[in-house]
Design a binder for this molecule. Structure first.
Ligand code: PEP
Ligand code: MN
Length: 364
């Protein structure tokens, strides 16, 4: 369990995102000076909050919704920083936003999901930050589950010389019905961590959930996946919020949530102290080796079948055979306490690769 820091230590951090756990909180939108100040003061009373967040310019999907108070809200945010001794982050989507925010002493920014999808916008932000010292930038994932776009945004900001960068996972738009506003698709942030192991990964459960009731569960899930921080929307009076009312919590609910969350060790430094874990991992490695060997053997047989089908003019896809395999293995999955969804996903991957191999042979 890591220690939470006091506010003087927080303010003096050169790379504020490297702190773990890092707690960022504040309202979706900076609505009025009163709302900004009251929310900030209440959040700062919980010494675990490291950074405040506010939306000054709100990128709304459709016109007609509250689009933020823009420049007018920046002096309120400055005053909230002064009163609480906490840094504040705002969303920026243009060079103009950055210029205005910096003029008000704001040095922490995030690029929102609707901006990360657009390389022109990200590049404009990168150009505005070129050579600027002591700024920190969080890059939210793009709306679509596109690892390359997220990677590209990171590379653009990094190339501008920004030293303090974090990635924020806020889930992905989905057409399918889901209990989440933006389903998390954890494989995407996990892939980002594989690519950039040194870059702090922060979870934004508020925009993943779109409601209050799943926040704790998603937050704990992120922590257990070794995320180092959370960005959670909090509002002094969530029910009357001008944007994202359903997902914001009061500062005191945030406080309770933080009491419940369990920050486990990342395991990076201490793995040598856990010989039993090392043994279990060796067993897993051994099984993984066998699985890869067996898959390779399976593919070799597929290739042989491909030659046979070619010789006898039989199509690659044999619907009945495929349906039989699925049915047989679904039954086996149930008997072996494996989820059918998992076995289906595994089989689909195997089947597609097998078809690819056979197509290669048939069209040789
Ligand atoms: C926000 O943080 O208020 C916001 C608009 O987030 P996102 O870009 O994740 O939708
Ligand atoms: Mn919001």
């Amino acid at each position: 369990m890591q220690e939470y820091m006091n506010s003087t230590e927080k303010a003096s951090l050169v790379r504020p995102f490297s702190k773990r756990p890092l707690i960022i909180s504040g309202p979706c939108s900076a609505e009025t000076e009163d709302q900004v100040m009251h929310t900030a003061m209440a959040l700062a009373r919980d010494k675990r909050v490291d950074v405040l967040r506010f939306g000054s310019w709100k990128p709304r999907t459709k016109p007609g919704n509250f689009e933020g108070n823009g420049e007018e809200s920046l002096p309120w945010i400055s005053r909230a920083m002064e009163a609480t001794d906490l840094p504040a982050a705002i969303e920026v989507a243009s060079a103009h936003h950055i210029e205005k925010a910096m003029a008000h002493g704001i040095r922490m920014f995030w690029i929102g999901a609707r901006s990360t999808v657009n390389p022109f916008t990200v590049q404009e932000i990168a150009d505005a930050l070129l050579g600027v010292k002591d700024v920190s930038v969080m890059i939210k994932n793009p709306l679509s589950p596109d690892v390359e776009l997220w990677t590209g945004a990171y590379e653009r900001i990094k190339s501008a010389g920004v030293e303090s960068i974090a990635l924020v996972h806020r889930g992905f738009s989905s057409f399918s019905p889901s209990k989440y506003r933006n389903p998390p698709m954890w494989a995407i942030p996990i892939e980002m961590r594989q690519r950039f192991p040194e870059v702090p990964l922060i979870c934004d459960p508020s925009h993943i959930c779109g409601n209050r009731q799943h926040l704790l569960h998603i937050s704990q899930r992120a922590i257990d996946l070794d995320f180092s921080g959370l960005m959670i929307e909090a509002h002094i009076d969530p029910a009357s919020a001008w944007s994202d009312a359903a997902q914001q919590v009061t500062p005191s609910t945030l406080n309770e949530m933080l009491d419940h969350l369990i920050w486990r060790h990342s395991g990076k430094q201490s793995i040598r102290n856990h010989p039993q874990l090392q043994d279990l991992r060796a067993d897993i490695d051994h099984i993984d080796d066998q699985i890869v060997h067996l898959i390779s053997e399976r593919m070799n047989i597929s290739t042989k079948i491909g030659y046979y089908k070619k010789e006898h003019g039989i199509t690659v896809l044999q619907n009945k055979r495929w349906a039989d395999i699925r049915q047989r293995l679904n039954q086996k999955a149930k008997e072996s306490d494996l989820s059918v969804a998992f076995i289906e996903a595994y089989l689909e991957a195997i089947h597609l690769e097998s078809i690819r191999k056979q197509n290669e042979v048939i069209n040789k």
